[in-house]
Design a protein around this ligand. Structure first.
Ligand code: IPE
Ligand code: IPE
Ligand code: MG
Length: 245
C-alpha cells in the first residue's frame, strides 16, 4: 500500500488538468490475491470507476477518459470477455440515470460495431440520453486501440479527399485530430495507469504526445479519491515545457 498523507491534499484550483485519462489495470490480480475469479475483480473495479467519476466532477475536471476494453482484450477467454460485456451493461443500467441527472455526457472511444448486440443497445441508449449534457464529458474507451484509431482516421481523411471535402494541403495536426474519436476534446493533461505496469498498451497514442504520466503501484480496485488527488498534486508540481525552455 502506498503511503498518503492523511491530511487533506490542497490542490491548486488554477492548475487543474482539463482532461485526465485512466488505464484501469489490475482487476485480475486484485481478485487473484483474494483467491477469487477475475470477474469479481472487474466488478470491484467498476466501484472504483464510479467513485473516480464522482470525484472528477467534484474537482471540476471537464473531461475524463477510462480504458475499459482494448482491441487486444478480445484475446482473453470468452468467459471473461462475456463477463466484461455484462458488467458494462449492468453499469449503464444502474448508473445512467445518476450520470444524466449530473449533466454528464457519455462518449465512447472505439469501434462499438463489434460489440455484442445487447451491449451495443445499452451503449447507444446511454449516448443518446446524455448527448446534450454539458457539465463533464465521460469517455469510455471500448474496443479501443490507438493504432486502430489512427488507421481509421486515415481512411476517413482519404474518403473526404476523394469527395473533395478537403484538400491535401489542409492536412495538419489540428485537422487530423478531428478525425479521431476524441475530436473536439483537449488532449489529456494527465495519464494515470494503476497496477505497476509501465506501458501504454495501445492507449491514445496520438493524444498522449505531451501528457504527464503517473504510474501507480496500486491495483485499480484499490485506487481511491485520495490516490487520485495525490496524482493531481504530483502533476501540479511538474514543469510542462512542451519543447520550450
Ligand atoms: C484491467 O484489469 C481491466 C481490463 C483490461 C478489462 P486486468 O483484467 O487487466 O487485470 P490484470 O492486469 O490481469 O491484473
Ligand atoms: C490495458 O490493460 C487495457 C485496459 C485497461 C482496458 P491490459 O491489462 O489489457 O494491458 P496489458 O495486456 O497488460 O498490456
Ligand atoms: Mg491488465
Amino acid at each position: 500500500m502506498p503511503f498518503f498523507n492523511k491530511r487533506k491534499i490542497n490542490l491548486d484550483l488554477n492548475n487543474m488538468p482539463k482532461h485526465v485519462a485512466f488505464i484501469m489495470d489490475g482487476n485480475g490480480r486484485w481478485a487473484k490475491k483474494r483467491g477469487l475469479p477475475r470477474l469479481v475483480g472487474h466488478n470491484a473495479g467498476t466501484e472504483t470507476l464510479k467513485r473516480i467519476v464522482k470525484e472528477s466532477k467534484k474537482l471540476g475536471i471537464p473531461y475524463v477518459t477510462f480504458y475499459a476494453f482494448s482491441t487486444e482484450n478480445w484475446k482473453r477467454p470468452s468467459d471473461e470477455v462475456n463477463g466484461l460485456m455484462n458488467i458494462l451493461v449492468k453499469f449503464i443500467q444502474s448508473e445512467i440515470n445518476e450520470i444524466h441527472e449530473n449533466n454528464i455526457k457519455v462518449n465512447i472511444l472505439g469501434d462499438i460495431d463489434r460489440l455484442p448486440d445487447f451491449a451495443k443497445e445499452q451503449v447507444h441508449f446511454a449516448l443518446e440520453l446524455t448527448a446534450h449534457n454539458t457539465e463533464m464529458q465521460f469517455n469510455i474507451a471500448l474496443n479501443y486501440g490507438g493504432r486502430d484509431e489512427i488507421i481509421r482516421g486515415i481512411k476517413l481523411i482519404h474518403q473526404d479527399l476523394l469527395d473533395g471535402k478537403i484538400l491535401p494541403d489542409q492536412i495538419d495536426e489540428a485537422l487530423f485530430s478531428n478525425y479521431l474519436y476524441t475530436s473536439g476534446m483537449p488532449d489529456p493533461d494527465l495519464l494515470i495507469r494503476t497496477s505497476g505496469e509501465v506501458r501504454l498498451s495501445n492507449f491514445l497514442l496520438w493524444q498522449l504526445a505531451y501528457s504527464e504520466f503517473s504510474f501507480e503501484k496500486v491495483l485499480w480496485p484499490d485506487f481511491d479519491e485520495m490516490a487520485f488527488r495525490n496524482a493531481i498534486y504530483e502533476y501540479q508540481k511538474r514543469n510542462r515545457r512542451f519543447g520550450s525552455v
